[in-house]
Design a protein around this ligand. Structure first.
Ligand code: GLN
Length: 232
């Protein structure tokens, strides 16, 4: 059976949420990133072209865009959770992440406890595991629609500290203007793993996606992609 039978519209349609550098973001008009490279391997394996759609993260993590057939895949640096698993068929994990707490240099903060003790405003990205985590810890976070807005919220003083996936924060800190003023003051070891999402029950497609991920890990392609986006 040809790969084309596994996709909805004769092409691999992938839902994502920009900007989430280095996993998916615009380089000019082009959407590039770690996740894009992974799903391009899937498209290649299926012998179809790739179409990436940028939408909110909420209908991605709920599985709505997968169950409706709008997208064949969701690739959005999305953490696999038990809650999301109820409505999404997840691939095997392809990336490990934790949460990082980013604050102004010299803040003296070293933990979420310090943030609470000083009654500081914490920011998080809407619909994400980082937001859920700090809510569970008793915070009432300021929600930002995407990661650039979240960083801007820190830079403009709307939030005193922000919580975000560590690889995204690490990528921000590569920018000299960010690195000059901000630092990671705590890593919250949430033990997250990203998975590619598919329609719940679509085991035919998930089998292929898993083979692609496992094959890439085995033959060095995964390492090449990792080095491309994270350096050595
Ligand atoms: N990994 C986080 C989550 O799954 C953030 C994903 C994102 O913002 N694209 O909630």
């Amino acid at each position: 059976k040809g790969g084309i039978a596994l996709v909805n519209a004769g092409k691999l349609t992938t839902c994502t949420h920009l900007q989430f550098q280095p996993f998916q973001f615009n380089q000019g008009a082009k959407v590039v990133g770690f996740d894009v490279d992974v799903i391009d391997l899937v498209a290649k394996r299926l012998g179809v072209t790739q179409d990436i759609i940028d939408i909110d993260f909420a209908p991605i993590k709920s599985g709505a865009v997968l169950s409706s057939g709008r997208c064949d895949l969701a690739a959005a640096g999305m953490t696999i959770t038990d809650e999301r698993r109820k409505n999404i068929e997840f691939s095997v994990p392809y990336f490990d992440a934790t949460q990082a707490l980013l604050a102004r240099k010299g803040s003296g903060l070293t933990s979420l406890g310090d943030v609470k003790a000083k009654n500081l405003k914490i920011g998080a990205q809407a619909s994400t595991t980082g937001l859920e985590y700090v809510k569970r810890k008793g915070f009432d976070p300021i929600e930002f629609a995407d990661s650039p807005k979240e960083l801007l919220g820190l830079q403009t003083g709307q939030a005193d500290v922000i919580v975000q996936d560590l690889p995204v924060v690490a990528t921000w800190l590569k920018k000299p203007d960010v690195r000059a003023k901000y630092e990671v003051v705590a890593v919250l070891d949430t033990g997250e793993r990203y998975g590619i999402g598919m329609k719940k029950g679509n085991t035919a497609l998930s089998k292929v996606v898993n083979e692609v991920i496992e094959g890439a890990k085995a033959d060095g392609t995964y390492d090449t992609i990792y080095k491309k986006w994270f350096g050595t």
